[in-house]
Design a protein around this ligand. Sequence first.
Ligand SMILES: C[S@@+](CC[C@H](N)C(=O)[O-])C[C@H]1O[C@@H](n2cnc3c(N)ncnc32)[C@H](O)[C@@H]1O
Length: 325
Amino acid sequence: MNQSTNQSHRPQFQTKRPISNYEALNPTREDDDSIMDGFHYKSGRRYHFLDGVKYPLPCDTDETYRLKINYSISRYCWQGNIFYSPLENELAKGGMRVLDVGCGPGGWLLDMATEFPNSTFVGVDISSMIPKDQQPSNLGFLQCNIHNGLPFPDDTFDFVFMSHMFTSITEDQWQDVVDDLVRVAKPGGWIELMEGDYMNSTAGPVTREIQTQLTILMRSRGINMNIGPTVYKYFENIEDLEDEIFTGQTTTPLGNGTVGELAFKNYKASHFAVRLHECMGISKQELENMFKISQKEVDDCNTVLNIHRFYAQKKISSVKSDDSW
Ligand SMILES: C[S@@+](CC[C@H](N)C(=O)[O-])C[C@H]1O[C@@H](n2cnc3c(N)ncnc32)[C@H](O)[C@@H]1O
């Protein structure tokens, strides 16, 4: 692991509290904040407030816009290859059923549904973000909490895709979620995961300090920000999957050029969206100042975020216990 922070280069910023104020992200009903109909409103932003849902990012118009931009950056960084599972021909022939789990505003689904008009695409997400008037006829959406189980029978989809969900799934929940992705895939179908690696990159000291603080904050909610490169291990425990796990990797620059600058802006916005400053016990302006330095650092250090893909095939004859023996 490339940890560029060392004691002599520790940043000068001191948080007002030695330990992050995790409670800032974990409101209770006694708080002054407004909690209504499963949502928590704070500083003009709307967040989920549901049992078992640890997702810390908002669900509102600004976040929908941020996720759309994220998807465009991701597509660019993968040079337009938006899936790796070997299904191109089948999708083009048609009749395939495809599921995107945690589809957000549906950038991936809309691209896929347009490119493969004879196959059927379904997205699920806890928030409904895909504009109805933009949904082609081969695209459907279901609002659900994936931690209650995917609302589909076993063996339904030829392709099950899930990307950038590491802030939505606690370490304890990961295996159940991946088991469920495999359950709803048809025998012979493919399951593909794509996740980023938040920390493992060359970074300057202030950038690293911000990353460390966010990592601590997320850990307080059970979320491992560095799980991206190892999510394949959840495939390894599933008997219904073929042994071979295929991989792909790319990077997103966090500076140095137009895409990097856009990525940095989006990345920075996500830290304010989870109210990292409150958790660190510093003002918004102090976090802004840290990001000003970080923006220079990412250029100087050529900081990138690594993005990983893992995909595997469900066995054609899936392993089911045979009660007759
Ligand atoms: C970082 S976004 C990723 C969106 C999309 N997959 C992408 O790659 O652009 C995480 C998504 O997970 C959704 N999400 C979070 N918790 C969820 C849950 N418990 N059930 C279903 N969706 C959830 C959020 O609403 C959000 O759209």
